[in-house]
Design a protein around this ligand. Structure first.
Ligand code: ATP
Ligand code: MG
Length: 275
């Protein structure tokens, strides 16, 4: 779907620096997430992808720079404005689970009951519509222990969309799915984005599937944006970081190890047993 060239991006990071304590994670990054598109956010494990989503949702605040959501700086928002902004966002958490003591139906109804005063018959219609969109209208009575991992992911997706968000952020939606479920989940993300007119951010390690559904790709490496652009443009990048990443090479400039003492200090004395 094409939006007019004049439409400003839904999200803009402007020179954002962030660290947990003294550890810098993001080092002055700038990028934008175009409206109405599927944007893939990729990069090595521990590189700060989930952190980027947390900055968008205002669970963390940038130490420098601006995180603009629809033109407004999330980091500067007071509680009310932040809650209002969050209601426009749906989030599928990396390790997000369903409420185990609630049926599929009640899981999806939860945000509606929590955040709105809609009458129960309307809640029912909305829940069934959302479940229908992910192909699980028939599974409404099941408990989370009775659905497969892939189905649970789709229920979580229906729940993330319950309040009709404009933006949906998916943190590792494909983790642990078999190739068929993975393809289905990917197509679903694309389909929902286009039919509901959403803006989507997908954090994923699955290069092939993610490049297939994304309009825009952002690669985060070593605290910086190594590349951003169309999947084709990113694939052709000659930047060594990007090359290592899109070709899944084990050796290269992308850091794999969490910072710590060097190998020599831990293993080099031949005695072992040191911590
Ligand atoms: N709440 C926290 N407190 C301290 N450090 C944190 C916290 N959350 C994340 N980190 C650190 O920040 C870095 C980036 O974490 P983040 O979860 O954003 O990475 P990621 O790119 O999502 O990784 P993955 O692909 O493994 O999910 C990691 O080194 C992690 O140890
Ligand atoms: Mg993560």
């Amino acid at each position: 779907m094409d939006t007019p060239a004049a439409a400003p991006p839904l999200i803009e990071f402007k020179d954002v620096t962030f660290g947990y304590g003294a550890r810098a994670i993001l080092d002055g990054i700038s990028f934008s997430v175009p409206r109405g598109k599927v944007t893939a956010l990729m990069g090595a494990s521990g590189g700060g992808k989930t952190t980027v989503l947390r900055l968008v949702g205002g669970q963390q605040r940038a130490q420098r720079g601006e995180v603009l959501f629809d033109g407004q700086d999330v980091g500067a928002m007071k509680a009310n404005a932040l809650y209002a902004a969050r209601r426009r966002m749906g989030m599928l958490f990396q390790f997000g689970a369903l409420f185990t003591d609630m049926s599929v139906f009640d899981n999806v109804a939860f945000p509606l009951r929590e955040h709105t005063q809609l009458p129960e018959p309307l809640v029912r219609d909305i829940v069934l519509m959302k479940l229908d969109a992910v192909g699980l209208r028939g599974a409404r009575e099941l408990m989370p222990s009775e659905v497969s991992g892939g189905m649970a992911r789709r229920v979580a997706l229906a729940r993330a969309m319950a309040l009709d968000p404009e933006l949906v952020m998916y943190d590792e939606p494909f983790a642990g799915l078999d190739p068929i479920s993975l393809g289905t989940a990917a197509r679903l993300i694309r389909q929902l984005n286009d039919t509901l007119g959403l803006t989507s951010i997908v954090v994923s390690h699955d290069l092939e599937e993610t490049f297939r559904i994304a309009d825009h790709v952002i690669i985060l490496a070593n605290g910086r944006i190594a590349a951003q652009g169309t999947p084709a443009a990113v694939r052709e990048s000659t930047d060594p970081l990007v090359h290592q990443f899109v070709n899944a090479l084990p050796e290269g400039p992308v850091h794999f190890h969490y910072p710590g003492v060097d190998v020599e200090a831990d293993f080099g004395n031949g005695l072992g047993g040191r911590r």
